[in-house]
Design a protein around this ligand. Structure first.
Ligand code: UD1
Length: 345
């Protein structure tokens, strides 16, 4: 059984990916500092898969600890690097934390990969690197635009760091996955997205508003140049997204990658507006979403959705789960986690 190191493995995308890795016969070790996740996520993963992954709690900015990790787990065959700070607004307020955290952890992993001769890295990147693309749907060849936030800039710089490291050492390999908007939860409702404090992202805000934790959803702007005036994104089911990571890992382990650095868009190819999300959520759950239209949110792009043909063809992967099912799963998770929290009060 090949072992995969998953950094940030108790986070939202990380936990769903760990489940898919275990389901595909991989052994997993998670590293997470739990700065934005909860140790109980491990119970959810264990309940779903019947296997408890190994877990190490530390900060990847600590190079010594990263080296010790590779000494302890000498069977690591590939790394999926999720661990990062990811709040756009917060990154504007504390840019140095973002640069320090997101760059240093990646550099430490690359140093360890070189030192221990581990060649494969799957990197968690974002469609934010495209900014507002000139052409839609956006392909991987679209120019990288100046980042709208320090967070976005860390993703761009990390991709550059990986590129330079590979340029200098042709034994290293990486696949950068540029996510569009991951939403929803595992169908068991045992793991999902659990924002700390007021959710910044759309779908967790919708589910919390419907659960009565937030008064009403604020829709940021209805004067965009889009069919209904609200901003358009490419919302991808979290389990579909997690499965793409398993494909990427297998591709590297089997030597199927054509270049030492490959980049793939992970989306559905379909642009969906904020009002369509509300409407589809209501249809999928039978629940009413209270909302009001407010001013645009600073830094938001108008419209972005993926050209997924390269990922579909090269990875043999495609997003499959419908938006209805995905939004219903987000609601099931919200109910589950509220219930659990209320019980433990
Ligand atoms: C952005 C980045 C993404 C990054 C993510 C991290 C882009 C295109 N995407 O996602 O790469 O990983 O932040 O958080 O830059 N909305 C509301 N009301 C709300 C919340 C959101 O109307 O309460 C709207 C937003 O204006 C936007 C859409 O919902 O149009 C999605 O917003 P969100 O879920 O925050 O994701 P992005 O901003 O697209």
């Amino acid at each position: 059984m090949d072992r995969i190191l998953v950094t940030g493995g108790t986070g939202y995308i990380g936990s769903h990916t760990v489940v898919e890795l275990i389901n595909n016969g991989f052994k997993v070790v998670i590293v997470d500092n739990l700065s934005n996740s909860n140790i109980e996520v491990l119970d959810g993963i264990t309940q779903i898969t019947g296997t408890k992954p190994d877990f190490e709690k530390f900060d990847l900015c600590d190079r010594q600890k990263v080296i010790q990790l590779f000494e302890k787990y000498n069977d690591i065959k590939a790394i999926i690097h999720f661990a990062a700070l990811k709040a756009v607004g917060e990154s504007v307020e504390m840019p140095l934390s973002y640069y320090h955290n997101n760059l240093e952890s990646l550099i430490n992993l690359l140093i360890a990969m070189e030192k221990f001769g581990h060649p494969g890295l799957v990197f968690s990147s974002s469609c934010t690197v495209y900014g507002q693309p000139d052409e839609l749907p956006v392909t991987e060849k679209a120019p990288i635009k100046k980042a709208m936030s320090p967070y976005g800039n860390t993703k761009q710089i990390c991709e550059e760091i990986i590129g330079d490291a590979i340029q200098a050492n042709n034994k290293l390999k990486a696949i950068s996955l540029r996510y569009f908007n991951p939403i929803g939860a595992h169908k068991s409702a045992l793991i999902g997205e659990l924002p700390i404090g007021v959710p910044l992202n759309l779908v967790p805000f919708v589910t919390q508003a419907v659960a009565g934790i937030r008064e009403k959803l604020r829709v940021f702007g209805n004067d965009y140049n889009t069919p209904d005036g609200t901003a358009v994104r490419d919302y991808i089911n979290i389990v579909d997204l997690a499965k793409a990571h398993v494909v990427a890992v297998k591709r590297m382990l089997n030597g199927l990658n054509k270049n030492n650095l490959e980049v793939f868009n992970l989306g559905t190819g379909r642009g969906v507006s904020v009002l369509e999300i509300i409407d589809t959520f209501e249809k999928a759950t039978g629940k009413k979403v209270n909302y009001e239209i407010v001013d645009r949110r600073q830094g938001d792009v108008e419209m972005v959705y993926a050209d997924t043909s390269f990922a579909n063809k090269e990875l043999g992967w495609k997003a499959e789960i419908s938006l209805e099912e995905t939004l219903a799963s987000a609601w099931e998770w919200e109910k589950y986690i509220r219930n659990k929290m209320n019980k433990s009060k």
